[in-house]
Design a protein around this ligand. Structure first.
Ligand SMILES: [Zn+2]
Length: 337
């Protein structure tokens, strides 16, 4: 499917059909969410899946975005959501989740170069405790283990080749999304034991994440904003009503105190439909946020925005597909519903 989309996007670009389609008026708000950007080559001991593109590829995408879309800031999206009106043009916003250091090192200079606004969603505990997310720790264990077979839920995960390891990482990560938060740490400890690999040191984890000085610099700039990604990055649908409200309230207050500015937006951890609910939306409103972002939920078309389910799509590395996604999203973004 990906290859077909890519071929179709190359066709649209080569035949200049994309230029013609761009002339068709659009009332869309497309929010592209990135996690990590690598420098030249993708080399990591952690989750390769959260990297999507290189600094060069990101530069090309931002150049296109700045020329061909109406760029929105966080404040613009807040106003749009409160206005009850659809966006008047083909609009776009860039967001980053999880507070990785490469965002500051490689993405921020590119965003500044093209004056592209962006929101960076920060999970507080990751930064405060220099602790990477479970997806990175799972990948770290599996990549480093010398075991060839791993018992898992009555089955066996094979780890003999790179492909088998990537597959095992994916299965374990998918399982973790539905595990109750209290069990997730136990599961990681068990995995550490089964793999015969210790948890990465605090220093190693710290190198992958932004520090508060870098986050404050982003928060104090004109085009860029900081949003909450909760305290613990627990999947909100797996925790109690009370804990959910606390995650949302405490993270907002913490960031406001740390950065000295109002925190208006939150992005739900993981963010797909099964990870948040109507209860979440109510708590987001109660905690005082103006807007809440989901992920992998599609494109915001002309209809009125739901302020607490502003949809975002994942990134693509390929430039032709990126361009086509922005110009004709109906052909390139699959709808989760
Ligand atoms: Zn996240």
């Amino acid at each position: 499917m990906k290859d077909k989309k890519r071929m179709f996007s190359v066709f649209l670009e080569k035949t200049r059909l994309l230029d013609l389609l761009e002339l068709v008026p659009a009332s869309t708000l497309i929010i592209v969410n990135y996690h990590r950007v690598y420098h030249d080559q993708l080399v990591t001991e952690f989750d390769s899946g959260v990297f999507c593109l290189s600094k060069e590829e990101f530069d090309q995408q931002m150049a296109f975005l700045s020329k061909h879309t109406n760029l929105m800031t966080e404040e613009d999206v807040v106003r749009l959501a409160q206005s009850g009106k659809p966006p008047s043009k083909r609009s776009a916003l860039v967001t980053f989740d999880d507070g990785y250091r490469d965002n500051y090192l490689f993405a921020v200079p590119v965003l500044r170069k093209y004056s592209v606004p962006a929101i960076f969603f920060i999970p507080i505990e990751s930064i405060e405790k220099s602790r990477l997310g479970w997806w990175d720790i799972i990948a770290y264990f599996i990549k480093r283990t010398e075991k060839e077979i791993l018992p898992f839920k009555g089955n066996k995960l094979f780890l003999r080749t790179e492909t088998e390891k990537e597959n095992a990482i994916w299965i374990l990560q998918d399982h973790m999304k539905s595990v109750r938060s209290e069990e997730s740490q136990d599961l990681l400890t068990e995995l550490s034991f089964l793999c015969g690999v210790d948890f990465p040191s605090k220093e190693i984890q710290q190198e992958e994440l932004m520090n508060w000085d870098q986050i404050m610099e982003i928060g104090n700039s004109e085009l860029l904003s900081i949003g909450s990604h909760t305290i613990s990055h627990r999947v909100l649908s797996t925790i109690s009503d009370e804990d959910e409200l606390q995650e949302l309230t405490d993270s907002k207050l913490f960031l406001q105190q740390k950065l000295g500015c109002e925190i208006k937006s939150v992005a739900y951890p993981v963010g797909s439909y099964r990870t948040f609910s109507d209860r979440t939306k109510g708590n987001v409103c109660r905690a005082g946020y103006s807007i809440g972002f989901s992920f992998n939920t599609g494109v915001n078309y002309g209809s009125i925005l739901d302020p607490f389910n502003i949809k975002r799509i994942g990134p693509v590395a390929d430039l032709a597909t990126f361009k086509s996604t922005l110009i004709v999203p109906r052909l390139f973004v699959s709808h989760p519903y």
